[in-house]
Design a protein around this ligand. Structure first.
Ligand SMILES: [Zn+2]
Length: 271
């Protein structure tokens, strides 16, 4: 990005493996499972420690309030905590500005109190972000809610930028998708497709950009079927979770470790 980066790091390419920390939601907002996410979070901390990489965790502040100790532990080992809003069922894109500001400020304040760090990053629950102006006014310096792809019923961002840009004085750090086809390769795509698919997507991203930004959820790193769910989600939603994903992500990270620097979004942006 900047000339100074070339001096500081041996790597010209950068990988941001980001984690959206929220309760596992099975069927409705009344059916949330916190323990699966908590256990998965522990597995992830161990994995990243083992591989000696740093990551950004976007945390729903309601979850942080429930488990402040593990959130502090994440910070203490050098990862970044950012905000994933107050509750995961919130849709900031359709919320009244005054309401959105109230919840965004509350989430930031809660996380700052727990971590004793300045919280500067945001990723909207369900990627339904408020206007960038609102985020800036609440004190956020970057947003990573843009998934520049087309998923019927979810995202209609096929023509949005894949590179980082600044709007309303805030950095927009898009989630990575392969160029041209805009193929996503975060979480369920990473799990459902062969590993080769994610490698091809990663390599193609690193042709025209110097970063990859993908995301997972902690509950994907446990065997969700053992968690007493009242109703199992569709098969593709939980395929290759638990040990399978831990193993797969480890192979993926090890493959790129000699080729790229794994870091937090905050450090990548040099904020
Ligand atoms: Zn989320």
């Amino acid at each position: 990005m900047k000339f100074t980066r070339l001096i500081k790091s041996d790597f010209l390419k950068h990988m941001m493996i980001t984690i959206d920390v929220e309760p596992f939601v099975c069927t409705s907002k009344n059916n949330m499972h916190y323990d699966a996410s908590y256990d998965g979070l522990k597995n992830l901390i161990d994995l990243f420690e083992d591989l000696k990489i740093k990551s950004t965790f976007f945390v729903v502040s309601e979850f942080a309030n429930k488990y402040p100790k593990i959130i502090r532990e994440i910070v203490n080992v050098g990862h970044e905590i950012a905000s994933h809003g107050e509750f995961h069922f919130h849709k900031y894109s359709i919320m009244k500005t005054i309401e959105a500001k109230k919840f965004l400020k509350k989430s930031k304040k809660t996380l700052e109190k727990i971590t004793r760090k300045n919280i500067i990053g945001f990723r909207a629950p369900q990627m339904k972000h408020p206007s960038y102006n609102v985020l800036r006014e609440c004190g956020f310096l970057y947003d990573s809610s843009l998934h520049p792809t087309y998923i019927p019923g979810y995202y209609n961002n096929f023509f949005s930028k894949r590179k980082i840009f600044k709007q309303d004085n805030i950095f927009i750090v898009p989630i990575s998708v392969a160029p041209i086809l805009r193929a996503p390769f975060s979480w369920l795509w990473f799990r459902n497709m062969p590993l080769l698919y994610s490698k091809i997507c990663t390599n193609s991203c690193l042709i025209d950009l110097d970063f990859v930004n993908i995301y997972f959820h902690p509950w994907e790193f446990v065997d969700i079927k053992t968690y007493n769910l009242t109703k199992l989600p569709p098969k593709f939603y939980i395929k290759n979770t638990g040990k399978d994903l831990l193993k797969r992500l480890k192979v993926f990270i090890n493959y790129y470790k000699s080729k790229a620097e794994f870091l937090t979004i905050k450090d990548y942006l040099e904020l």
